[in-house]
Design a protein around this ligand. Structure first.
Ligand code: NDP
Length: 279
């Protein structure tokens, strides 16, 4: 039987509407600063989408578009200014940065109270402990999608393919917090197919088009596709071979229209949270 598609557009619209209502109800003044360095076209699209989401939610957005040759010192100075700016509750530095800039150093300079991406080591540590204000947007969006489909993670075999700091690792941690039995796979994993076939919940965050095929998926599994890739003919696609996997899974997220919109919705949620913890 064909899988039920989890509609990320609809769930993200609901999350954004809840954020909008919360801001309106309490008359909150919330601001998000988005910093983009250089002219990477994909980053430009993400930044524009974030600005649009701010408009929908009633969050004031401040954009800082810096030239590719910006020095690390200049960027760190801007972060310091934004850290001190009372109108700015959240700071997001769009990644990847040009090669001459040290991403880790820049992220560590953002005040943990304004780190709405939850990439700062202080926030990563809090997530590990399970006592956090912010969750990283993409894994948090995946969890929201899983919940929206009425799926209880507790006791389930969960397999995450990918171990990056921004997706794979925190995703594994969130599934663990909800009492999943979690396996994290990566490029050195042996018998990946067999490991994936154990999964009741399979999360693909690899960055390779059509990587997850039907023979890697257990009948009735929940499949969350985080990947954003382009096919040779320029079409957007995920990491999962959707046509064949959707015949086997019970629930599946599409690309586009799955995890992508959720990432931005969770960013809006984090920005309001930032406002609250800043008092
Ligand atoms: P990274 O490149 O940082 O990580 C990819 C992971 O996949 C690595 O851990 C790597 O293993 C693993 N991997 C690569 N090849 C294989 C293989 N053959 N078998 C098993 N594992 C493999 O990517 P990100 O985590 O940043 O992103 C993953 C995908 O998610 C990308 O397509 C990205 O565009 C997308 N993305 C989507 C977002 C959204 O909003 N929907 C947000 C962020 C990312 P190893 O560590 O051993 O190298």
């Amino acid at each position: 039987m064909a899988a039920q598609i989890i509609d990320g557009k609809a769930v993200s619209a609901k999350v954004k509407e809840e954020v909008r209502q919360e801001i309106e109800r309490e008359g909150l003044e919330v601001g998000l600063a988005v910093v983009i360095v250089g002219d990477d076209p994909a980053s430009r699209v993400y930044v524009n989408n974030k600005k649009k989401a701010c408009e929908v939610c009633g969050i004031k957005s401040y954009e800082y578009a810096l030239p590719a040759e910006t020095t690390e010192e200049e960027l760190l100075e801007l972060v310091d200014t934004l850290n001190a700016d009372k109108n700015v509750n959240g700071i997001l530095v769009q990644l990847p940065l040009p090669k001459h800039l040290n991403e880790e150093k820049v992220i560590e300079r953002i005040s943990p109270l304004k780190d709405v991406d939850a990439f700062h080591a202080a926030n990563v540590g809090k997530i590990m402990i399970g006592n956090y204000a912010f969750l990283p947007c993409t894994p948090a969006g995946c969890m929201e999608l899983i919940h929206s489909a009425g799926i209880d993670v507790s006791g389930k075999e969960c397999v995450v393919i990918g171990r990056s700091n921004i997706v794979g690792k925190p995703m594994a941690m969130l599934l663990l917090h909800e009492n999943g039995t979690v396996t994290v796979c990566h490029s050195r994993t042996k018998d990946l197919k067999e490991v994936c076939r154990r999964a009741d919940i399979l999360v693909a965050a690899v960055g390779r088009a059509n990587f997850v095929t039907a023979d890697m998926v257990k009948d009735g599994a929940v499949v969350i596709d985080v990947g954003i890739n382009r096919t040779e003919d320029g079409k957007l696609c995920g990491d999962v071979k959707f046509d064949e996997v959707s015949e086997k899974a019970s629930f599946i997220t599409p690309v586009p229209g799955g995890v992508g919109p959720m990432t931005i919705a969770m960013l809006m949620k984090n920005t309001v949270m930032a406002k609250r913890i800043q008092g």
